[in-house]
Design a protein around this ligand. Structure first.
Ligand SMILES: CC(C)(COP(=O)(O)OP(=O)(O)OC[C@H]1O[C@@H](n2cnc3c(N)ncnc32)[C@H](O)[C@@H]1OP(=O)(O)O)[C@@H](O)C(=O)NCCC(=O)NCCS
Length: 161
């Protein structure tokens, strides 16, 4: 994966491409999130949005960060194109997200759906722990599991200038 670059999303075409592959797969399908809803999330100016690109080829992943919300350092969305999954791209995006988040906060939070077992294992392997549950949060019958990876308490943390 030496030829992978992570850079800001540049335009609506890239956002549409990512929204299309996300809307056609889980967890978005089961959560009932369509292309338009996902597209709005990817183009929200209040979020930091990055894509993973195989150099000079194509976009293969997307990452949406919410760095100044209530849960400071929140990974709102991470997605790797179905054809590119399982090759380390998601891990690279997670490390990138942690680096960005740690400029603001000693915690990184994310939510994962109760039915998304593979993603839960993926996050646990990266050091994330379950800290809460939000039953029926997005859709009836499924829980969103809140996970956190921490580098220490808020007190004593010095954000980067
Ligand atoms: C979860 C995800 C971001 C991981 O990215 P990735 O590039 O596939 O992951 P990596 O290659 O770095 O690591 C591999 C691990 O990711 C997880 N993984 C692989 N494919 C996955 C899939 N389709 N869905 C969920 N997790 C998956 C597994 O834990 C895998 O380990 P394993 O091969 O030993 O089972 C990516 O698979 C994905 O976009 N999945 C679908 C969308 C999703 O679940 N997003 C997270 C929402 S909270």
């Amino acid at each position: 994966m030496n030829d992978l670059v992570i850079r800001p999303l540049v335009d609506a075409t890239e956002a549409r491409f990512c929204a299309a592959f996300m809307a056609a797969s889980d967890p978005w399908l089961t959560l009932g999130l369509n292309v338009e809803t996902i597209f709005r999330g990817l183009t929200n100016p209040a979020r930091e949005v990055h894509v993973a690109e195989l150099k000079h080829q194509r976009v293969v992943g997307a990452l949406v960060l919410h760095l100044d919300g209530l849960l400071n350092g929140y990974i709102q969305t991470i997605a790797v194109h179905p054809e590119a999954q399982g090759h380390g791209i998601g891990t690279r995006l997670m490390h990138f997200a942690e680096e960005r988040s740690l400029r603001h906060s000693p915690n990184v939070f994310l939510c994962v759906s109760s039915f998304n077992r593979r993603a839960q294992t993926f996050y646990e392997r990266l050091g994330y722990q379950r800290v809460g549950e939000l039953p029926d949060y997005v859709v009836q019958g499924h829980t969103e599991i809140l996970m956190r990876k921490t580098w220490g308490p808020l007190r004593g943390f010095v954000p980067e200038k």
